[in-house]
Design a protein around this ligand. Structure first.
Ligand code: UD1
Ligand code: BG6
Length: 697
């Protein structure tokens, strides 16, 4: 939901202006994740001084706030650590005191930024208040900052000066919940500690010289003679918050091999910490994804990864990967909005989903990530597709072809409802998780639930390295490229294709399905070009949105069979971007209630493309026109059976195979929602109250 960003420079001279610009630009690239307020923490002019700047609204407002402070932007820092945050309110309304960074005390001894939720914050807050701490905000996060100070002071009182990462371990012992966390402290100048649990976090690394090795060793606690964890204070056990840390405190006996220089002289280095690769890529392509419970400690130009305990199955290294994503991919290019750009990328993104996976000449589909698992999936007793929002609609759109090709029962579930019902799941079930971000909390929780029940889990995910992609047994990356617009467009069409490809792979041993499979594979080949044709409708759609649809308050979408998902997805797009009420209706249900709404005013969009249900859809359209309704009809090119006289408008789309037609039919709706919103002066990429990645329940 929120975004976190950190920047550490070591032996690299930067002005205060450079540093705050880097932090603010980093936040700007994270804005799409959530954006009701933002803040940064940087060093002041005096030793031990940390400055915090916060502002509600967009990151641009924070930039102005920092500029208005009359800071000396030319002051230089050879070593420095700064942290930053964009917030989407969960605990406490969007107001300045609730913005991050949060601090331990009025001297800003410890400042932190946090994504996620601390579930035991009330207990911690009560305890810390009893110990004399005064809270400034309504957030769950602030208790972590206070906890840092409390535990640090307690250590010092006991004659122990803990290493920063050691202190982090002690704090983590006390908190429950999910987090991506960055901490900066005047007690540990120019250092940052970072950790994650259920919330993404990565570290970008930039050095002049090539790294010695492309991995970082994980440092486990010293194996103490009594083999005990170094911390024994725990609120849950003794309610006392009394850490007695000994262990290897204060001793920096390790060196990170990746950062070792030939001559032992420290190397200049810069580190970029972020919840999202999109904000790091402009600085470096070398990144390390943290695992849950990893503690990253950055100091003296080195990155160290620590863990509080040595658990079985945990890898002893973390690799430094090279991100393939190009900066150009995350820029808007010639388009006014990311959403528009992403709508126009669909000929390419759908092609990329299929690239290297479909041999069109020989009608073979090969998904590298699923090959080993196909036999197990074919044997499962049912398939459950689980997702949220648009991703859920891509499941609905493909359910029928899944059932037809695989002959395995398929159910489609909204992740939150699936969990609310504690739906029964068994070890012979296959659960498919569809998610653009791979970080959606509801989907992630449903995934944990299915893993606990030993079901086979399959991911269909856009973000490589995301939590869902990593936690599933196997899966398919949809390869649509970064999607930044909050309204999902290209991810939908790519998810749709990926799911169809999975159904095709699962049925490639069925002789009875050969003709159908060939028909679909031939259909898929044409999709990218056909999407290009649909995109030429934009000017007609733009006119429709500035004329007939401009002043409307409500809109219905009618679809049936494969097109019911198109109706639901179209309605969702219109709602989230233009704030206009819209509803997707199953055409067969029209006469059971919705018909009461029909008059000559209410705009109705009907999907009347050719498939076996076409006659039934036509009869629904007649029911509408018989009541003076004037539908906008989406139909196939040159279909002479459509009575255009009674229609408000018609939009022609090329003909595809029935189960793929939705890929083309949804695009006019993406464009309608876009132009309705633009005409209403809405910031399309940042619709109110919504976030791209919803990492809270
Ligand atoms: C992979 C490479 C691709 C390369 C291709 C060449 C990655 C990410 N992909 O693509 O760059 O061009 O081989 O053969 O390195 N997975 C999950 N859950 C998910 C998604 C994926 O577990 O939600 C797993 C898959 O099972 C697989 C791996 O991640 O083991 C990569 O999946 P995917 O990118 O779809 O595989 P390929 O298309 O083979
Ligand atoms: C949010 C987004 O609600 O999450 C939607 O605004 C998206 O566009 C939904 O469909 C699910 O996200 P994801 O990343 O799991 O596909």
């Amino acid at each position: 939901m929120c975004g976190i960003f950190g920047y550490v420079n070591y032996l690299v001279e930067k002005t205060r202006g450079d540093i705050s610009d880097t932090l603010i630009e980093g936040l700007q690239r994270l804005e799409y994740r959530g954006y009701d307020s933002a803040g940064i923490a940087i060093d002041g002019d005096k030793a031990d001084e940390t400055l915090i700047f916060k502002q509600i609204g967009k990151v641009g407002a924070l930039k102005k706030e920092v500029e208005s402070q009359n800071l000396d932007r030319t002051a230089t820092f050879v070593n420095h650590a700064g942290i930053a945050h964009t917030r989407w309110a969960t605990h406490g309304e969007p107001k300045t005191v609730n913005c991050h960074p949060h601090r331990s005390d009025i001297n800003n001894e410890f400042v932190i930024v946090h994504n996620g939720i601390i579930t035991n914050y009330r207990e911690l807050k009560t305890l810390l208040k009893q110990k004399g701490y005064t809270f400034e905000s309504d957030t769950d996060t602030e208790c972590i900052a206070k906890l840092f100070k409390h535990i640090y002071d307690t250590n010092i009182k006991n004659g122990n000066e803990p290493d920063f990462n050691e202190l982090m371990k002690q704090v983590l012992y006390e908190i429950d919940g999910s987090y991506g966390l960055l901490v900066k402290s005047s007690h540990y100048p120019n250092e940052v500690v970072a950790t994650r649990k259920g919330s993404p976090l990565l570290v970008g690394v930039k050095t002049e010289k090539k790294l010695k090795v492309d991995f970082v060793d994980v440092e486990f606690p010293d194996e103490l003679p009594n083999n005990e964890a170094p911390i024994n204070g725990n609120t849950h056990q003794n309610g006392g918050l009394l850490p007695v840390a000994q262990g290897d405190s204060g001793l920096r006996h390790s060196q990170s091999r990746a950062f070792l220089s030939e001559d032992g002289i420290p190397q200049p280095a810069e580190f970029f910490l972020s919840s999202d690769p999109a904000s790091v890529i402009q600085h470096t392509k070398k990144v390390l994804f943290l695992e849950d419970d990893d503690i990253a400690h950055i100091y003296d130009g080195e990155l160290h990864i620590h863990r509080a305990t040595r658990e079985a199955g945990i890898s002893a290294t973390r690799s430094i990967q090279t991100l393939e994503m190009e900066l150009a991919q995350i820029m808007k290019g010639p388009f006014s909005h990311f959403m528009q750009k992403e709508i126009y990328e669909q000929p390419e993104s759908t092609f990329n989903t299929m690239r290297g996976r479909i041999d069109f000449d020989n009608h073979i589909v090969k998904l590298g990530g699923l090959q080993k698992w196909l036999t197990t999936i074919r044997r499962c007793r049912r398939i459950i597709m689980i997702a949220c929002g648009t991703s859920y609609h891509s499941c609905l759109a493909t359910r029928s072809i899944f059932e037809e090709l695989t002959e395995i029962p398929v159910s489609v579930e909204l992740a939150s409802d699936f969990l609310d019902r504690r739906s029964p799941v068994f070890r012979d079930d296959t659960c498919i998780f569809v998610s653009q971000s791979g970080e959606t909390a509801d989907s992630m929780l449903a995934l944990q639930y299915c893993l606990e029940r030993d079901a086979l889990t399959v991911g269909v995910v856009n973000s490589v390295g995301s939590s869902i992609s990593r936690a599933t047994h196997c899966g398919v990356h949809i390869n649509a490229g970064p999607e930044i617009g909050v309204a999902s467009t290209k991810a939908y069409t790519s998810q749709y294709i990926a799911l169809v490809m999975i159904a095709l792979s699962l049925s490639d041993d069925r002789v009875s399905k050969i003709n159908r499979r060939h028909e679909i594979i031939d259909g898929l080949k044409q999709i990218p070009e056909q999407i290009k044709t649909v995109l030429t409708l934009e000017s007609k759609i733009k006119d429709l949105c500035t004329s007939e649809l401009a002043q409307q308050k409500s809109l219905l979408l009618l679809g049936r069979g494969y097109q019911f998902a198109s109706a639901l997805e179209g309605a969702l797009k219109i709602k989230e971007i233009s704030y206009m009420h819209s509803e997707g209706v199953l055409a067969g249900e029209l006469k059971h209630g919705v018909l009461a709404l029909v008059d000559d005013q209410l705009p109705i969009i009907a999907f009347a493309t050719r498939d076996s249900l076409f006659p039934k859809v036509m009869s629904s359209i007649e029911q509408v026109t018989a009541r003076s309704g004037r539908p906008i009809i989406i139909h196939n090119t040159d279909d002479k059976s459509i009575n255009t006289d009674k229609a408000l408008a018609t939009l022609e789309v090329p003909l595809s195979v029935d189960c793929l037609q939705g890929l083309l039919n949804v695009i006019p709706l993406q464009l309608i929602s876009y132009w309705l919103a633009v005409n209403r002066g809405i910031d399309v990429d940042f619709p109110r109250n919504l976030a791209k990645s919803v990492t809270v329940e």
